[in-house]
Design a protein. Structure first.
Length: 371
């Protein structure tokens, strides 16, 4: 099967988790950089990556890299790429991207040049002066970093965090991909008990159930490359079948969630039903001061935080209350994400381990208690 160079971006801080996931699906020659991992694979690897990766943001085909300090270099670099390997005569190929610390910094101008170069090459290859672009979407993405341009094709479409179960969410949801990474770091297994005393829209609990039951995160959704003629439909069919056969229906996992907001409770219940894991969860309306974790359960949560002085004071008071109720130790481990550098002071206990993560653009720490 033909070899491809693929790339998966991820949240800063989750590179090691994604690297482990990629190893499980047979990725080779991994190159890890901040916020992304490039690797070798086949079309089968591409399909598995879209279906199985819990912490990747999307799966890209890396078409090539070249120096681009001028628009002429950008044009010639794109025109030299084997675009026809993936983009058919009638396929659509819009362009989007970004540029950082580079001489070419106007995104609209870069988009225009890349589109022009791609059109010229494809027109020449297919012997046409006009490309209709009525076929399958092949989204071209580019990134220019320190004058080096890398061009990709997006095989995913809507980001991989969109599993299909969370069409509705509360005001401050945590992304499914970040939640999955935190759950992996919390060592959730098939026999785990997981608690979230501020469950919001239920993301931690649902992603924990997925992990325990060995549910492929992309099992219930479609991907852009499913419409590509270059990726055999049988690959998608076979991998989905294999994913269904690998479900761990006999695992003993249980999840317990609560929230003081009745709308959040309803939302978690709704989303867990959409995700197909409602039977594994118990959700109720409850103040955090009444929370008590069963022995052996791991508590995972994303407590609210403030941006204004009054909100910050309220958040810090909540951290105190949380520390009083959770009291983490070896029998009651806890993993909590927060952007507050003074979280441990208000929580009342130093973390056994801390890990830097980014929740969107917000720098956070993952406070891990297991002793």
């Amino acid at each position: 099967m033909e070899k491809l160079r693929l790339c998966c971006p991820c949240h800063f801080g989750l590179e090691s988790v994604l690297k482990f996931e990629l190893g499980k699906i047979g990725a080779e020659n991994l190159n890890v950089t901040d916020g992304k991992i490039s690797f070798d694979g086949t079309p089968e690897t591409l399909v598995k990556a879209n279906l199985w990766l819990a912490t990747a943001e999307r799966v890209l085909i890396e078409l090539g890299s070249f120096r681009a300090e001028t628009f002429e270099q950008l044009f010639e670099g794109v025109a030299a790429l084997p675009l026809e390997r993936f983009i058919g005569k009638a396929d659509a190929f819009p362009v989007k991207g970004h540029s950082l610390n580079s001489k070419l910094h106007s995104i609209p101008d870069c988009q225009r040049i890349i589109k022009k170069a791609a059109s010229k090459r494809l027109g020449r290859v297919y012997g046409v002066e006009w490309l209709e672009e009525t076929g399958a979407l092949h989204q071209i993405q580019f990134g220019i970093m320190k004058d080096i341009c890398t061009v990709y094709l997006d095989t995913t479409g809507a980001g991989l965090h969109k599993r299909g179960y969370r069409k509705n969410s509360n005001a401050a949801p945590i992304k499914e991909t970040l939640a999955a990474g935190i759950i992996d770091l919390a060592r959730v297994r098939a026999d785990s008990i997981v608690c979230d005393p501020m469950c919001g829209s239920g993301t931690f609990l649902i992603e924990s159930a997925f992990k325990a039951l060995n549910v492929a995160p992309g099992l219930r959704r479609n991907f852009a490359a499913m419409k590509w003629q270059q990726i055999p439909e049988t690959l998608w069919q076979n991998e989905r079948k294999a994913a269904l056969e690998s479900l761990r229906r006999d695992c003993s996992f249980r999840g317990y969630g609560s929230d003081i907001d009745p709308e959040a409770v309803d939302l978690t219940l709704e989303n867990s039903k959409k995700a197909g894991v409602a039977s594994r969860l118990e959700i109720r309306e409850q103040d955090v001061m009444k929370f008590s974790a069963p022995e052996g359960a791991v508590t995972i949560c994303n407590p609210p935080y403030g941006e204004r002085m009054l909100e910050i004071k309220e958040a810090e008071e909540l951290y105190k209350r949380l520390g009083e109720r959770i009291r983490p130790d070896s029998k009651h481990p806890a993993v909590i994400i927060s952007p507050d550098e003074d979280f441990e002071k208000f929580f009342g206990k130093q973390a056994d381990k801390k890990r830097k993560l980014y929740n969107g653009m917000i720098k956070c720490n993952l406070y891990m208690y297991f002793k």
